[in-house]
Design a protein around this ligand. Structure first.
Ligand SMILES: Cc1cc2nc3c(=O)[nH]c(=O)nc-3n(C[C@H](O)[C@H](O)[C@H](O)COP(=O)(O)O)c2cc1C
Length: 172
């Protein structure tokens, strides 16, 4: 079992999957549960997750986003922000900021949990919210913010470059 730092360092965007290897329900459940371990504004967990296993729907998600890996992975997770939920407590900031942050952090926890489970994931962000909402019959109030592909990797991606710490940190 990797420690936390190794787990984080082993997370890379996986864009090739073993399409025919399903994810066991227990493994999927364990990964999804980690979303709920994430911090959220007011502990409201202002997001909703749509788990897409249906082959045709995954194909449609891939077409809508232009990301073929969404069709190849056996599971896609559509992470939706729930602005109404956060807005009820926090008003404008809840609707416009906190709900998106809650959903994004949940997505990140899922991506890290996937690594710990031996799975790979990749985030697709290029889609039009309205068409995803229509495709999945989501309620008007939900905003799809990320679609995560999830599955067993068919590639070990090259690590991607990062900026230097000194270029992103200011000490005062
Ligand atoms: C907000 C966001 C949107 C992203 N959208 C896409 C996308 O549409 N397609 C894609 O292939 N990767 C997407 N990614 C993944 C990034 O390209 C990837 O995380 C980055 O290049 C660093 O590589 P790594 O994840 O392997 O460390 C997105 C990541 C984030 C956080």
């Amino acid at each position: 079992m990797w420690d936390f730092f190794q787990t984080v360092r082993h997370r890379h965007s996986v864009r090739r999957y073993q399409a025919d290897v399903p994810i066991e329900p227990e493994a999927l459940h364990g990964v999804l549960e980690m979303a709920l371990a994430a911090p959220s504004a007011g502990d409201l967990q202002s997001y909703h997750l749509v788990v897409v296993r249906d082959r045709d729907l995954r194909q449609r998600l891939a077409e809508h986003s232009g990301e073929a890996f969404l069709a190849e992975a056996p599971v896609d997770i559509v992470i939706c922000a729930d602005p109404g939920r956060s807005g009820e407590r926090f008003g404008h900031r809840g609707r416009e900021v906190f709900a998106l942050q809650d959903a994004s952090i949940a997505a990140t926890y899922i991506q890290l949990a996937a690594v710990a489970e031996g799975l790979g994931s990749a985030w697709a962000g290029t889609f039009e919210e309205g068409s995803i909402r229509q495709l999945l019959d989501l309620s008007e109030g939900l905003r799809p913010v990320a679609i995560l592909a999830l599955g067993y990797p068919a590639e070990i991606p090259e690590p991607t470059p990062r900026r230097k710490l000194k270029d992103i940190v200011t000490y005062k």
